[in-house]
Design a protein around this ligand. Sequence first.
Ligand SMILES: [Zn+2]
Length: 339
Amino acid sequence: MAVVSTAKTASVLWKFRKPITFLVVGFIGMIFLILAALFTIFQENQAPTSQAKLSEEVLQWKPLVEKYAKQYEVSGYVNMILALIQQESGGRHLDVMQASESLRLSPGTITDPERSIQVGVKEFSEVLQRANGKIKLALQSYNFGPGFIDYAMERGGYSPKVAQSFSDMMEKKLGWDSYGDPQYVQHVLRYWQTPKGVAGIPNEKGFIPPINSEISSHFGGRVDTITGDTGEFHEGTDFTCNGQTLPVFATRSGVVSRAGWQDPNNPNAGFGQRIYIKHGDGLVTIYAHLSKLFVQPGEKVNAGQPIGRCGTTGRSTGRHLHFQVQVKGRTMNPETVAF
Ligand SMILES: [Zn+2]
């Protein structure tokens, strides 16, 4: 028997020696590899659609979160705070933001959801400020306590590794079984829904978000932030920069038609440093108040390509991105056209 089987193996091996068999096997192998690669890319692109959703129980707290976000000057972070609530309690406990500990009380001492949201939002605002607007550092500190901020700053800022080492250190120091959730940032961010889609991925309207942050001011009538006049019409959508010079991305592929100062003699005029991109069919997108530009007029850009950095150049009271959309020369609401 053994002899027969050896002979069979030998004959199979012999077949593979024929060049045509090599070619066929190699070809099938290559097709397989290409399919595997395509499947991986497909899966990566699909990943954001499986992003975790905020539950109804969490969304019921949105008006209260908005109220206290305004009071503690973190209005640009309402969706982030809702994501935090989803992670903390799923919106189902009375202490919805698990805020008792930030008052040095035992967990669950607060039994009024509004009180929990007030204390929790205040704590979030404070850690965000102490973290210089660095959102991941602030989030992890919400879980670990503000002591994490200095620890992380001394080690080059937040990283999952630094979070883990802090957790290990505290665990040993306190003799506990575990300390906090070292993956808190990832756990919260999976629930974070920006109003304009998922960073780097075109939405159903074919637009990629121009910045990875939240909307701070909508298109339409509002009070002028500089003069205080009412009745001014806001011609674009503003995004918070989280106090940072966040990168700004081309929302679609196109050609840069203008890039630079609106008025080279006056850095406080209008859009300041801005970029116009023509996308064809009369569609133009505008990115204003930038601190840095990475592109020049005439340059072709791809959707999602970094074109500049968030700033406060031109007529602006603080770091933000003013994003504007024109269709055939008419200014349109970006939230209708693009998001
Ligand atoms: Zn604006």
